[in-house]
Design a protein around this ligand. Structure first.
Ligand code: SF4
Length: 199
């Protein structure tokens, strides 16, 4: 079966969407660095920092502060804040605590963050919503995009699919992180992911 090249799909949509408004969910500054470099060529982008999956308030504040600093230093996008809502993640992940990374818990985690992004995008009149999550080599872009399209149908705002790891996106994000001295955490975000290195 031929899998869709979501990076190519994104490029095609971007080419006909100059100046359109995009709300980009970002998991952290390092992942957003390459994504924004790409998206800023076409879209007027705002970053939404909605990450209730993060295991502590300290980690949340640290990642958010780095996100804001990166945007201030590059001017690549505006910033839209959200409250830290760990109870939303705890509720969504209930019963899935023992799942392996990449399993069912991650699917509900993706959905939680993308749904909030789509709702904000719809309420604020954005043309598209998207996520940085497809940058990580440890995350399945196909699965993330499938969830994005389901939410598009439910929320009535267009989902911009992506696979930011294609065309060397992940390596470029590492380079940019070094260049800007960004904090690169060594785990995905929830308490259950602390034994893994992602991104
Ligand atoms: S490993 Fe990452 S994507 Fe999966 S549930 Fe935890 S924070 Fe979410």
């Amino acid at each position: 079966m031929n899998r869709e090249n979501y990076d190519l799909t994104m490029q095609r949509i971007a080419a006909r969407s100059q100046g359109k408004r995009l709300l980009l969910h970002s998991c952290c500054a390092p992942c957003s660095s390459y994504c924004l470099e790409e998206l800023a060529r076409s879209f007027s982008t705002t970053v939404l920092f909605y990450n209730p999956n993060l295991d502590t308030r300290e980690e949340y504040d640290r990642r958010k502060a780095e996100q804001i600093r990166y945007l201030r230093e590059t001017g690549l996008a505006d910033f839209l804040d959200c409250d830290y809502e760990p109870e939303a993640f705890r509720e969504a992940a209930k019963g899935l605590e023992r799942e392996k990374e990449g399993g069912a818990r991650c699917a509900v985690c993706f959905r939680l963050r993308l749904e909030r992004t789509a709702r904000e995008a719809a309420a604020r009149g954005y043309d598209f919503f998207a996520t940085t999550l497809t940058l990580s080599p440890l995350k399945n872009a196909e699965r993330i995009n499938r969830i994005g399209f389901e939410i598009e149908t439910a929320c009535g705002v267009s989902y911009l699919p992506s696979d930011f790891k294609k065309r060397g996106g992940y390596l470029r994000s590492v380079e940019l992180s070094k260049l800007y001295g960004l904090y690169r955490q060594n785990y995905c975000g929830c308490a259950f992911s602390k034994t893994r290195t992602d991104p």
